[in-house]
Design a protein around this ligand. Structure first.
Ligand SMILES: *Cc1c(COP(=O)(O)O)cnc(C)c1O
Length: 480
């Protein structure tokens, strides 16, 4: 240490800029190789120059998620305005709980929530920024349970009938974790079949609710999905809303991925019915490119979040403060200290406006459609589903030597191994990081999903598909 850190701070932006520009997508090393290569020991102090070398080495062996070829998950490059916001908020190291310590940031969170609630069609609702979609779902289940059984707050689950939750087979796994964490148990999650496109069947949902009622259980919540993680399917929200209304069951819409389509007046039609939900979760840190973590939990009933979650700590939320304590919003949260996640989103929105974000949404869908059409028309590629609702393109690449063979079970077992092998070759050559997965009865296939940043053009897409083709043709039976 030489400078108390302040000189180093000034260097940080330069280090990031240089390493982002020079670092390839990935220099894959196995854990032991990487450990041997990096200088991670912290027992001796380092000079600033030594520290800089170490930091650069860490970045050089990190995945450069800002490259267009990082398509491994549903996040990627960040919006530069969002990154600025994230840095600025970090630098001011503030906690979101009280107006006292976060006056302007409190107003910003409120402003963003109102703007977003308007956009999603529940202008009289309430909400909170949370550290991710899994957390937002926890908020939803807790709110649904408290609304139905307010005594749960003091007496816990022992005072309640047996509760069940409904979700589709293609929905996100966080509902299982929520069921465990909140004392329902994973067996309380009833899984509803989807159609081929990945949408939950509203009639099977209705049947399942009736069945559970007959068995004497209490259906608490339906978790509909707007943009499933793999196929990008949007459930039929209107039809599901009707079922929920009929049985008086809480309707949550997990719009973590597809919620960004609401930014475009054209695309938002696909989410028709979302305005009937009791609660909604949306991750601006996915498609929209807000820096991790940035998730919004919305709830229709104003006041519920506070009533449900407040603990009224007297040393933090004193009611005899000298200002309007309704601006102390922190007791709506399950967290005590909470990062200023609204600010980075506010900066993105402030810079681009509704119209700028709408344009990015439409461009992202257009690029996905271009990718999909190219996949449909190129020999060796095969799409998994016929429709596309979110910017997810799912497909197999079938190497030439496989194309003339009969597509029996043995053939599909081979395809199940070929897809991960292609992924390995793509990663080791740093050409593309792309997701693969099996789904229901489908063997391993690729998912190329598109996000706002960095802005992708048609050449990028063609290069990605060419890389898959090139690595696919290197696969032989011997190396599987
Ligand atoms: C990613 C995802 C989540 C979980 O969000 P995290 O922020 O990763 O916790 C929930 N639902 C869907 C549909 C998702 O794609």
């Amino acid at each position: 240490m030489e400078t108390n850190g302040h000189t180093f701070l000034r260097k940080a932006l330069k280090i990031v800029e240089e390493e982002k520009a020079q670092t390839p997508l990935v220099r894959f090393k196995h854990p032991k190789e990487l450990e041997a290569l990096l200088d991670l020991d912290v027992s001796e102090g380092a000079t600033d120059a030594e520290l800089e070398l170490c930091v650069r080495q860490v970045l050089q062996h990190s995945v450069n998620t800002s490259r267009p070829t990082f398509r491994n998950q549903l996040y990627g490059g960040t919006d530069p305005y969002g990154l600025s916001g994230a840095w600025i908020a970090e630098a001011f190291n503030t906690s979101q709980y009280t107006f006292e310590v976060a006056p302007a940031f409190t107003l910003i969170e409120m402003k963003m929530l109102h703007h977003i609630l308007d956009l999603f069609g529940i202008p009289d609702g309430d909400g909170i920024f949370s550290p991710g979609g899994s957390m937002s779902l926890l908020y939803a289940v807790v709110a649904a349970r408290f609304k139905a059984f307010p005594n749960v707050k003091s007496q816990g689950m022992r005072s309640l009938p047996e509760l069940v939750l409904f979700t589709s087979e293609d929905s996100h796994y966080s509902i299982k974790k929520a069921a465990h964490w909140l004392g329902f148990g994973t067996e309380s999650v009833k899984v509803i079949n989807t159609n081929n496109e990945g949408q939950m069947s509203p009639s099977e949902l209705e049947d399942a609710i009736e069945r559970e009622l007959e068995l004497g259980r209490r259906p608490l919540m339906v978790n509909a999905t707007a943009g499933t993680t793999v196929l990008g399917a949007i459930d039929e929200l209107e039809a599901i809303a009707k079922v929920c209304q009929k049985f008086n069951v809480w309707m949550h819409v997990d719009a973590c991925w597809g919620g960004s389509l609401m930014l475009s007046p054209h695309q938002k039609l696909k989410l028709k019915g979302i305005e009937r939900a009791d609660s909604i979760s949306w991750n601006p840190h996915k498609m929209m490119g807000a820096p991790l973590q940035c998730s919004v939990f919305m709830v229709r009933e104003r006041g519920l979040l506070h009533e449900c979650n407040c603990a009224a700590a007297q040393y933090l939320f004193q009611q005899d403060k000298f200002y309007d304590v309704r601006y102390d919003t922190g007791d709506k949260s399950v967290q005590c200290g909470r990062k200023i996640d609204a600010f980075k989103l506010w900066m993105m929105w402030k810079a681009r406006g509704d119209a700028g974000l709408s344009k990015l949404t439409d461009h992202t869908m257009n690029i996905a459609r271009f990718c999909r059409n190219t996949v449909a028309q190129t020999a060796g590629f095969r799409l998994v589903t016929a429709e596309m609702q979110c910017p997810n393109v799912c497909f197999w690449y079938i190497p030439t030597f496989m194309r003339e063979r009969e597509e029996d079970d043995g053939w599909w077992d081979l395809m199940h191994k070929i897809t991960p092998k292609i992924k390995e070759l793509l990663t080791l050559s740093s050409q593309l990081m792309v997701a693969y997965t099996p789904l229901r009865n489908y063997k391993n296939f690729f998912r190329l999903a598109f996000t706002f940043h960095p802005v992708i053009d048609e050449d990028h897409v063609l290069n990605m598909l060419r890389a898959i083709q090139e690595c696919g043709e290197k696969v032989t039976l011997e190396i599987l």
